[in-house]
Design a protein. Structure first.
Length: 235
């Protein structure tokens, strides 16, 4: 498990292709790899990877399967690429963000960037099947960083996050440009809640569900809005 608090930025030192997988050697910030052992987990741009070799110095190697390369942004990494990293949380560790599994759900395209004073606003386009799990004031993980959704538009399929200077300093977000893709992990509790409510409504209403969805759409709402966890609707 991870907390979504990025601990540093690593750089790809070497890439080696092997049958069925690709190996990455990452160079970490000084001290990051202290005590790191083979078999340990590290979140790399939000993707949970297993250490297959440690050293020399502050380096470690990871093997990534073809499926992970295809479903995440790791397949686009080159030597010299930089990525957010976090080591697995220890028992009793403070969770400054929210619990993450390191299992990326989809990649989102960076649609626009705004820079009001002392802020950096990213607007990310969300595939239709996933937008139901994104709520304003809710948690979401972007490239391994636990962030709060500032605004969400389900009809247009996007959400925004606001980044403070400290977040930009500790991550690679300041290096991203419009059109780049980022790894997204939705909050699991929200996914379970939304799916449970939708299934309950579908089971009870059956053939009336399309009529309810049409009615809510005409009022600028949706079944997904009804399924929003109550504490977040009140925040």
């Amino acid at each position: 498990m991870f907390t979504g608090i990025v601990q540093g930025v690593a750089q790809v030192a070497r890439i080696t292709d092997q049958p069925g997988l690709r190996s990455f050697t990452l160079s970490f910030p000084t001290g990051f790899a202290q005590g790191l052992e083979v078999g340990a987990s590290v979140a790399c741009d939000g993707v949970c990877l297993t250490v297959t070799r440690v050293g020399p110095g502050d380096q470690a190697e990871f093997d990534v399967m073809q499926q992970s390369l295809a479903l995440t942004t790791l397949g686009a990494l080159q030597e010299g690429s930089r990525l957010n990293v976090e080591r697995a949380a220890r028992d009793g560790a403070e969770i400054g963000g929210h619990p993450l599994s390191g299992h990326v759900d989809f990649t989102a395209q960076l649609a626009s960037i705004r820079q009001p004073e002392n802020n950096h606003v990213l607007r990310l386009a969300v595939p239709e099947r996933w937008v139901r799990y994104v709520f304003a004031k809710g948690y979401i993980a972007v490239n391994g960083a636990s962030l709060t959704v500032a605004e969400c538009n389900r009809q247009e399929g996007w959400f925004e996050v606001w980044l403070i200077p400290e977040t930009l300093r500790m991550t690679t977000f300041g290096e991203k440009g419009v059109g780049d893709r980022l790894n997204i992990e939705i909050e699991r509790a929200t996914q379970v809640f939304v799916d449970t409510v939708r299934e309950a409504l579908d089971e009870r209403l059956g053939p009336l569900m399309p009529a309810l969805e049409a009615l809510l759409k005409g009022q600028g709402s949706s079944v997904d809005e009804l399924a929003q966890p109550l504490p977040k609707r009140l925040s």
